[in-house]
Design a binder for this molecule. Structure first.
Ligand code: ASP
Length: 588
């Protein structure tokens, strides 16, 4: 039907006849001269229909998003009319024939970034015609290809694992599918292929990967989807470092092949404890050049209980954030930040503006300056490296809580003041605690998942001091987002049982849920480990999109609905009855 793609017509084709197909992205009628912006998957080209062209009558009837075929000659534009923003900006197509392939009804949206998300999702097939969305989808496809090239070249085998399966414990609620054949029985959709990939290691497959759809029925936050895509990887006969080396090499290949970007080599590594101590986050954004500093030792001796209390408590901390040039923050801005971190458990935010560093305590402007003495201030100034014109923001409390709210503050100020450097800042975070203690439920939760191995291989040691145990888990972090996480797994049945016990999973429950895994562990299971990457987030980062919905062809809303198809939808009584469940009617 066509000889070229619109976006590929260039000055080399000047003088030649071409036939293009596409959609009318815009049409301007300059009284006697009609300009059409014609779009296909490769981009846009300007079409001119001159008054004496045989195509003029047909061109007059065109409207936006009409699907057309246009034939004509490629003409070089005069230099003064070159458009540097378009790949085809040096040429135009002089139309000789305009054929209407299909008209379009009046458009329900503007087909621009101005459109609201609801209307974009309802008419997703129109929204996806836009160059930005076309580009995002193709970035995704290039990334998939780069992943496959990289892993295939490194001895990995691609697998598929079941979608109709049994619950997998990644900590979210399962999506369930009632069985028609077995009354009262349900399949669960996989939260991840975790157990199958481990079974494939037990099956001697050695190096596994899958671009896998995962399902988690969570109350969705803005950047989550009920179904999302992971690059899932598992390897036999490996330690943490082997998995990390492979994952790092692969992600470097993928950035090079997809974007032409060279990521740093090697990625820096931070233990979870250091990440929390220095950045107040287990996914620090290393593009922001600020760190938290503990000032406990300098305020221990003060009368001022707000600082001295936590400073003298081993389980607490007093953390300072130095904002370079931050003495310009207004009272209102500081109050705003105090409110903000209040949401994360802060009970206050102390601040010290340093007007003149050389003047000691007299050079400070701060509600807490009167509680400091020269020794305290000297120590604080030295450890934080504060300069005249800076502000120190200080938070105190229980170590984890204070680290977290000060970390939230660091990022917020980094964003507000535009401090993040351009580019890519990847790192590894490792040495996570095995378990998190939940005060409310009075029990442990797995920090990663129940199949992650502890650093100490002795099950008795783990049972004796579970709260202090570190795991062989690791996360890959990029620009403040956790893009991948994994671990070396437990490969010995006694350790697996000890972890289940600590998680409050009794023997009967363990058998019912994971009996097949415990059984498989008995037959010469190789040491193994792996990782999974959140591909939606990675493409969003690569595409400069805030929302993962902009890199998924047909995403769901934050209330887990598909506005295009209307899913989830009600179904007829007969169909429901076959599933041995009751049909609840609602008008919604
Ligand atoms: N299955 C894990 C997850 O989905 C990743 C892994 O441990 O490999 O987070």
């Amino acid at each position: 039907m066509r000889t070229h793609l619109c976006g590929e017509v260039n000055e080399q084709l000047a003088g030649e006849s071409v036939r293009l197909c596409g959609w009318v992205a815009a049409r301007r009628d300059l009284g006697g001269l009609i300009f059409i912006s014609l779009r296909d998957r490769a981009g846009l080209i300007q079409v001119v229909v001159e008054p004496d062209s045989p195509a003029f009558g047909d061109a007059e009837g065109l409207r936006n998003e009409y699907c057309v075929r246009i034939s004509g000659a490629v003409r070089l534009r005069p230099e003064s009319q070159w458009n540097a923003n378009m790949a085809t900006g040096k040429v135009e197509l002089v139309a000789e024939q305009v054929e209407l392939l299909n008209a379009s009804a009046p458009l329900p949206l503007m087909m621009s970034d101005e459109d609201g998300e609801e209307i974009r999702l309802k008419y997703r097939y129109l929204d996806l015609r836009r160059p930005r969305m076309q580009r995002n989808m193709r970035t995704r496809a290039r990334m998939y290809r780069a992943i496959r090239d990289s892993l295939d070249g490194r001895g990995f085998t691609e697998f598929e694992t079941p979608i109709l399966t049994k619950a997998t414990p990644e900590g979210a609620r399962d999506y369930l599918v009632p069985s028609r054949v077995h009354a009262g029985h349900y399949f669960a959709l996989p939260q991840s292929p975790q157990l199958f990939k481990q079974l494939l290691m037990m099956a001697g497959m050695d190096r596994y990967y899958q671009i896998a759809r995962c399902f988690r029925d969570e109350d969705l936050r803005a950047d989550r989807q009920p179904e999302f895509t992971q690059l899932d990887i598992e390897m036999s006969f490996v330690e943490e470092q082997d998995v990390q080396d492979l994952a790092e090499a692969m992600i470097r290949d993928v950035f090079r092949d997809t974007l032409g970007v060279e990521l740093p080599h090697p990625f820096p590594r931070l233990s979870w404890r250091d990440a929390m101590e220095r950045y107040g986050s287990d996914k620090p954004d290393l593009r922001i050049p600020m760190e938290l500093v503990s000032i406990d030792e300098h305020v221990k001796h003060l009368e001022f209980k707000v600082f001295a209390g936590p400073a003298n408590d081993a389980a607490a901390r007093v953390a300072a954030l130095r904002v370079p040039g931050g003495a310009d923050l207004s009272r209102k801005q500081i109050d705003g930040y105090a409110d903000y971190i209040g949401r994360f458990g802060a009970r206050g935010l102390a601040w010290i503006k340093v007007n003149d560093l050389d003047a000691g305590l007299d050079g400070l402007q701060s509600p807490v300056a009167k509680f400091l003495d020269p020794a305290a201030w000297q120590g604080i100034a030295a450890t934080t490296g504060v300069q005249s014109g800076d502000i120190l923001l200080i938070g105190a409390g229980d170590w984890l809580t204070a680290s977290n709210f000060m970390g939230q503050l660091l990022v917020r100020i980094g964003v507000d003041r535009g401090l993040a450097a351009d580019g890519w800042a990847p790192l590894w975070v490792n040495q996570f605690p095995m378990f998190e203690w939940d005060e409310g439920e009075q029990r442990f939760f797995a920090m990663h998942h129940p199949f992650t191995a502890p650093v100490d291989p002795d099950p008795e040691a783990l049972l004796a001091d579970a709260g202090q145990a570190l795991s062989k888990g690791y996360d890959m972090v990029l620009n403040g987002a956790e893009i991948g996480g994994g671990s070396v797994r437990i490969h010995n049945p006694a350790m697996q049982q000890a972890v289940f016990r600590l998680l409050g999973i009794g023997e009967a429950e363990a058998q019912a849920k994971f009996g097949f895994l415990l059984e498989a562990l008995k037959f010469g299971c190789p040491p193994h480990g792996g990782i999974a990457f959140g591909l939606d987030r990675i493409v969003a980062l690569m595409s400069g999109e805030e929302s993962i919905r902009d890199v998924i062809a047909f995403p769901k809303t934050t209330t887990a609905q598909c506005l295009l198809t209307g899913a989830p939808s009600q179904i007829p009584d007969e169909q429901v009855a076959e599933l041995h469940i009751k049909n609840l009617k609602s008008d919604a």
